[in-house]
Design a protein around this ligand. Structure first.
Ligand SMILES: [Mn+2]
Length: 463
């Protein structure tokens, strides 16, 4: 590999401004840290305060070459660096250039996986033991699922304020990320605002403007803390109506939506959003009907207000589709219940920072103009997937079951090849899995899914 290395002592060339802009746009995982230690090899690039200085003689952006051959060269180098346990992350921007980025807190990727393996954890699971569990099964990233962080008792919130969910401060977020970093992992994303942060944005209520200011501050705090993605679900009814049964292989318990077993579509009571109570003293009554036009209007307000802040903060907003993907639930319309509706989301405010929390399982449950493979191809091809929920399913709405990653309707390897085709370099997490029959059903289920994913990613990366 020496043929394309430069000397560590060589001066770094200045890059044109448009290149730096591209670099910043394509690298949400670069955070404004301090200069990092370059590996004890010849230096390719150095990350300094959100700037990448790149030096790849002969294969840089000035010399267009086939992206695959560049990546092949980088891969062989990375395999060696990985063994040396240096810290790096790789992405490439086909076909124009290839970059190696060194980030101060990005854990080592062993070998070369453009896709990263992650584990999603609820507040009560955000413990050092579970971080080590994630490392042990090969994950490098954590997604922190925080909709009930305040109410869970895991967060220090003044008495009586847990339902109102004060906005997450920079210090809290920094501490959360540091705790994860200290176990050798990176915090890839936060998933879901707390109901108290934004119920009147969803409901078009009197506190809408005030709560939008709060969301903007959260996004700024996340950017400052170096958390690159905010996953969310723009929905009144949230995840609703699912039942549990022995539907996965061997009678493993899993969830699903079965029309005959679903509860009645009663209207949503006042003071409740997402099946969570934010006001115990709300007046009697319910929120009534929310039409599709009303929902898209509220969503448009949300995006137009928040995306510019997200761009400034270098935090991607990532929308989860509706689960279950019905056109309406409890008399409230749903935003993304067909795969093509994701395009409407993208087109509402075109920006790299208006992105998707791409739930393969939910999309596979949908009817629509395209199947799951066309959906991956389309949205990965637009570089709008911030991270992936990688799970499998049998059936479609209104009757489907979640199953083990290797037994559903979807060819998961085929989907991975499509992510690879588009140079997808984000995180894949198992989302949920059936529980395995043992003393630790959740952990065993996750370990099974992550082991499968790790092997599959390795396999397709070497193709
Ligand atoms: Mn999901």
């Amino acid at each position: 590999m020496s043929g394309w290395m430069c000397s560590r002592q060589a001066p770094f060339p200045a890059l044109p401004a448009d290149h730096l802009a591209l670099t910043k746009r394509r690298s949400p995982h670069i955070h404004g840290g301090t200069t990092v230690t370059a590996p004890p090899y010849d230096t390719h690039c150095l990350l300094r305060e959100r700037q990448v200085v790149e030096w790849l003689p002969g294969i840089g952006y000035r010399t267009p070459r086939d992206a695959d051959s560049i990546v092949a060269v980088l891969r062989s180098s990375i395999a060696q660096w990985g063994q040396a346990r240096n810290q790096f992350t790789l992405w490439y921007d086909p076909p124009r250039t290839a970059h190696l980025l060194f980030a101060s807190s990005t854990p080592t990727l062993e070998g070369c996986c453009l896709m990263k393996l992650g584990l999603g954890l609820y507040p009560r699971l955000l413990t050092p033991e579970n971080f080590r569990f994630a490392r042990q099964v090969g994950a490098t990233h954590i997604v922190a699922h925080l909709p009930d962080w305040s109410a869970s008792g895991q967060r220090q919130v003044p008495a009586g304020q847990e339902l109102q969910s004060p906005i997450w401060s920079y210090e809290e977020l920094r501490h959360l990320r540091s705790t994860i970093n200290s176990e050798g992992l990176e915090l890839a994303a936060i998933e879901n605002f707390e109901p108290g942060h934004w119920y009147d944005i969803l409901l078009d209520g009197p506190k809408k403007t005030e709560q939008m200011d709060g969301l903007k501050q959260i996004i700024r705090n996340m950017g400052k803390a170096g958390i690159p993605v905010m996953g969310y679900n723009f929905s009144m009814a949230g995840v609703w109506g699912r039942t549990t049964g022995p539907w996965a292989r061997g009678g493993a318990l899993s969830v699903g939506y079965v029309e005959e077993q679903a509860p009645p579509h009663d209207p949503i009571p006042n003071g409740t959003i997402w099946n969570m109570v934010y006001d115990r003293n709300a007046p009697a009554g319910d929120i009534g009907t929310v039409s599709s036009e009303q929902l898209w209007s509220r969503f448009g307000y949300f995006l137009k207000e928040l995306v510019p802040v997200a761009e400034e903060a270098n935090v991607r907003l990532a929308l989860h589709p509706d689960d279950p993907p019905l056109a309406s639930v409890r008399q409230t319309a749903r935003l993304v219940y067909r795969p093509e509706l994701y395009q409407r989301v993208i087109d509402t405010v075109p920006s790299y920072y208006n992105a998707l929390e791409f739930c393969q399982g939910t999309i596979a449950e949908m009817h629509g103009d395209m199947d799951i493979y066309e959906a991956v191809d389309r949205y990965a091809g637009q570089d709008r997937i911030a991270y992936v929920h990688f799970r499998n399913v049998k059936g479609k709405v209104p009757n489907y079951h979640e199953v083990f990653v290797d037994e559903g309707d979807m060819d998961m390897i085929r989907t991975l090849r499509l992510y690879k085709k588009h140079g997808y370099d984000g995180v894949c997490i198992p989302d949920h899995t059936p529980g395995l029959e043992c003393g630790a059903p959740w952990h065993a289920g996750m370990a099974y899914a992550l082991g499968y994913m790790r092997a599959a990613i390795r396999m397709i990366e070497s193709e």
